[in-house]
Design a protein around this ligand. Sequence first.
Ligand code: MSP
Length: 505
Amino acid sequence: MPEGKQTFYITSPIYYVNDVPHIGHAYTTMSCDFIARFKRLDGFDVCFLTGTDEHGQKIERSAEIAGVSPIDFVDSVSVKFRDLASKMNFSNDIFLRTSDSSHKNYVKQIWKKLLENGWIYEGKYCGWYSVRDEAFYNEQELVEGKAPTGAAVEWVEEKSYFFKLSAFSDRLLKFYADNPDFILPETRRNEVISFVKSGLHDLSISRTSFKWGIDVPDDKEHVMYVWLDALFNYLSGIGGDKSRYWPADLHIVGKDILRFHAIYWPAFLMAADMKTPKRVFAHGWWTNNGEKISKSLGNVIDPISLINQFGLDYVRYFLIREIPFGNDGNYSEPIFINRINSELVNNIGNLSQRVLAFIQRYCDGKVPNFSGVYTSEDESLLELSRSSLEVMRNLIDAQELNKAVGVIIDLGSAANEYIDKNAPWHLRSVDINRMNDVLFTLLEVIRVIAILLQPILPDSAQKLLTNLGKSDLNFSDIKNINQLFTSGSALPAPEVVFPRLTSSS
Ligand code: MSP
């Protein structure tokens, strides 16, 4: 275990295995991956969990439709999520499956604890349930006979165990007030608070009309409500609340599942005498050419085909950079191509290619001889590079992910302006020493850009570093500016890192 490092525990939701992964799933986990990689490079002891949510009526029905047993069904779909994680180059430390016996045993212990603490009682549930959302709704919440999400609901009347959620309203409201950063973005926080203020009902936490779930201890007639089972994955995955990673620093979730994470989850934890997580951040949803993504509309975007078409790092980049984290956003091919070409190809790619090709051609492929003295203009560009890390760090800690990436792009723009202004191609005939200093300064800046790009573009950043004759630099190397290049040492012939995209139509 890394001694003395501060821990950072980040989780994605665990995905329902009723369907194959799509861009929305890739998005949620990608945002976690970006943050996890950033924190590792910044010296934290990171644990990043993702996985699959495999129980409940929705999955049982999907298995039935597929004509296979639930366990065979979940085994085959879960693997697709695991494959996506490796194809997307996600750096998760844990891939949790709720069908694993260690998870099931853990949740059974939790059930006993909640029972012992007096928070569970037996009764009968009569009300609406949406299998698609795996959620209970009150009559007042329905919109034209459907769930507020548009999902179909069905009337359920069955014996059930209940969790005394209503007893937690005041504690939750106090918790939100004492921890103003627990729910972000702020608009979402206000929605949650007004929902809790409107009055919480006790929550049905077991079902008797189907079988595919974790058995309730000592009552085989019931299986647990899938959300009680699923939420505790964040603890079962790290071996319980005594783990050094608990409480979690950040749960990233989509806006559709915020209620479960911001209301039920802390209430369950309070009821089990456990610490509550530090933050839940709810991100927005992707649409396809402006339309909601759904199987029935036939417009589901498959992340694997995007990778095949555009390349992995471009997909990773687009997902994070295109929309302010927390807002909804739209995918279309022209938007994608424009974003990549304008920022990665024309800005960062052009910068490094200009400098490195010039050095190959006019400096014999060697690091130019640095005079040892920077001008104030050089210094201000170098200072911008050094300070970029701190600016990015603050944005990452506030989950302003697209702005955090923007810091690197702004640095690239500043470096491009510096080249244009200092014109090394002109200096070559009038002041070779100044030309060398300008190129040397630019090498340092490109190095910082490559280091900062690592969490979002791990492969491309590595290629960029290789072009500079470096590898695997972490954030502590940023402040050692002017120390990592040796004048006169050979640089490899640069390879193109960011090829230009062209439209497929
Ligand atoms: N199994 C639950 C989560 C349990 S966590 C203890 C679940 N699974 S899900 O597979 O339906 O959705 C997982 C995530 O994918 C959610 O965060 C959801 O917001 C996200 N997305 C699904 N479609 C999406 C888009 N079109 N756009 C962005 N994200 C979306 O809910």
